[in-house]
Ligand binder design. Structure first.
Ligand code: NAD
Ligand code: ZN
Ligand code: ZN
Length: 353
C-alpha cells in the first residue's frame, strides 16, 4: 500500500497525553517534536496498543518512566531527519519500537543484545511514543518496514511480533515439537501461534472462554485449554501434549499461569517468561527442576536482526496481524478493553481520527 508524505510539517499535532502515571488520558494538541541530529521524524499513521502501555501508564514496574505519550508499535513514513542520519530517505516506511535507542557501546550492545543496554531509551516510557501523529525515533534502532506493506497490520509486529519471535528462538525447539502458548488469544499470543506454526512447531494454546478457543484454533493451534474451566491445568496440558510441551511461551499477565508452566513443561523443556505481571515471582521446585533438567529463561523484545526477521515472516504472508482499527482519540477505550481481557489480537489506533 502507498501512503503520501505531507508537503509541510505542522507545528502542532494530536496526541494522547498524560501528565503523570494514572492521570487522565487527554486527546489534545501538542507540539510536533524536533528530531535530534541522529533521529528520524516519523509521521505515525498507525500504532498498536500493547499491554505494556498499560503497565507503564499504571506505574506497575520498577522502572523510571518519564514519557507523557504512550505507544511503541508505531508504523509510518519518514518526513524529516537530523543531519547525522545515514541510510534513510524521506518517504521510507519506518517503525517505532519499544527500544527507541541504545548506547551501541556497552558490552550488551556490542554483542547485539541492545534491549539489555543499561542506557536503553524506551518508546512510551522514557521517550514520547507513538500515540501521536509525529514522533521521533533513533535512526539506528528504527525498524525498516518493507515498501508496499500495510502499515496498520505491520504495526503490531514492531513489539508483539518481534517479542514472540525472539521468545520462540529463545525456546530453541525443533520442528515437530510441542510449544504451549499461555495467553494465546491476546496481542502477543495471537502472533506467537502463527510464528510457531510457521517455524514448524505444534501449538497448544491456553486462554479463557469459548470464543478465544475458536479464535486460537483458526490461527493454527492444534489444541486449546480454557483456563477458566479446566480444574487441573497441569494434567490437562501434559495429556494434550503427550507428556508436556517441549517449550512454553508465557505471554499472559498471570503469575499463576507462569508458575503452572514450570510444572507442566516436559523434561529437558524450556519455560520462557515474557508477560510482565506486576510484582510477580516464579517459584521453581528444585528437586523436580533438577530431575527434569528444565530451563527457565527470560526473553525481552528483540534486537535489530530479530526485528527484520520478524518483519520478513510478515512480508512473506506467513503471519497476519489480527487487528481492529479505532481512532487515536479512542485510546482510553482500548486500555479499558485490554485491562478487562476483552481484546482478541490487537487494537490498532488510526492517528488521523
Ligand atoms: P493481552 O492482554 O493482549 O493478552 C494477554 C492474554 O492473556 C489475554 O488473552 C488473556 O485472556 C490471557 N490470560 C489471562 N490470564 C490467563 C491465564 N491464567 N492463563 C492463560 N491466559 C491468560 O496482552 P499483550 O499485549 O499480549 O501482552 C502480554 C504481556 O506481555 C504483558 O504483560 C506485556 O507487558 C508483556 N510484554 C512483554 C514483552 C517482553 O519483551 N518480554 C514485550 C511485549 C509485551
Ligand atoms: Zn509492547
Ligand atoms: Zn549499550
Amino acid at each position: 500500500m502507498s501512503y503520501t508524505v505531507p508537503k509541510t510539517i505542522p507545528k502542532t499535532q494530536k496526541a494522547i497525553w498524560f501528565d503523570k502515571p494514572n492521570a487522565p488520558l487527554e486527546y489534545k494538541d501538542i507540539d510536533v517534536p524536533k528530531p535530534k541530529p541522529t533521529e528520524l521524524l516519523i509521521k505515525v499513521l498507525y500504532s498498536g496498543v500493547c499491554h505494556t502501555d498499560i503497565h507503564v501508564y499504571q506505574n506497575d514496574w520498577p522502572i523510571e518512566a518519564s514519557a507523557n505519550v504512550s505507544g511503541h508499535e508505531g508504523a509510518g513514513v519518514v518526513v524529516a531527519m537530523g543531519e547525522n542520519v545515514k541510510g534513510w530517505e524521506i518517504g521510507d516506511y519506518a517503525g517505532i519500537k519499544w527500544l527507541n535507542g541504545s548506547c551501541m557501546n556497552c558490552e550488551f550492545c556490542e554483542q547485539g543484545a541492545e534491549p539489555n543496554c543499561p542506557h536503553a531509551d524506551l518508546s512510551g516510557c522514557t521517550h514520547n511514543g507513538s500515540f501521536q501523529q509525529y514522533a521521533t525515533a533513533d535512526a539506528v534502532q528504527a525498524a525498516k518496514i518493507p515498501k508496499n506493506a500495510d502499515l496498520a497490520k505491520a504495526a503490531p509486529i514492531l513489539c508483539a511480533g518481534v517479542t514472540v519471535y525472539k521468545a520462540l528462538k529463545t525456546a530453541d525447539l525443533l520442528a515437530g515439537q510441542w510449544v504451549c502458548i499461555s495467553g494465546a488469544a491476546g496481542g502477543l499470543g495471537s502472533l506467537a501461534i502463527q510464528y510457531a506454526t510457521a517455524m514448524g512447531y505444534r501449538v497448544l494454546a491456553i486462554d479463557g472462554g469459548e470464543d478465544k478457543g475458536k479464535y486460537v484454533k483458526s490461527l493454527g493451534a492444534e489444541a486449546y485449554i480454557d483456563y477458566t474451566k479446566e480444574k487441573d491445568i497441569v494434567e490437562a496440558v501434559k495429556k494434550a501434549t503427550d507428556g508436556g510441551p517441549h517449550g512454553v511461551i508465557n505471554v499472559s499477565v498471570s503469575e499463576q499461569a507462569m508458575n503452572q508452566s514450570v510444572d507442566y513443561v516436559r523434561p529437558l523443556g524450556k519455560v520462557v517468561l515474557v508477560g510482565l505481571p506486576e510484582n510477580a515471582k516464579v517459584t521453581v521446585p528444585v528437586f523436580e527442576s533438577v530431575i527434569k533438567s528444565v530451563q527457565v529463561k527470560g526473553s525481552y523484545v528483540g534486537n535489530r536482526k530479530d526485528t527484520q526477521e520478524a518483519l520478513d515472516f510478515f512480508a512473506r504472508g506467513k503471519v497476519d496481524c489480527q487487528i481492529r482499527i479505532i481512532g487515536l482519540s479512542e485510546a482510553p477505550k482500548a486500555f479499558d478493553q485490554l485491562k478487562a481481557g476483552k481484546v482478541m489480537g490487537r487494537i490498532v489506533l488510526d492517528t488521523s481520527k
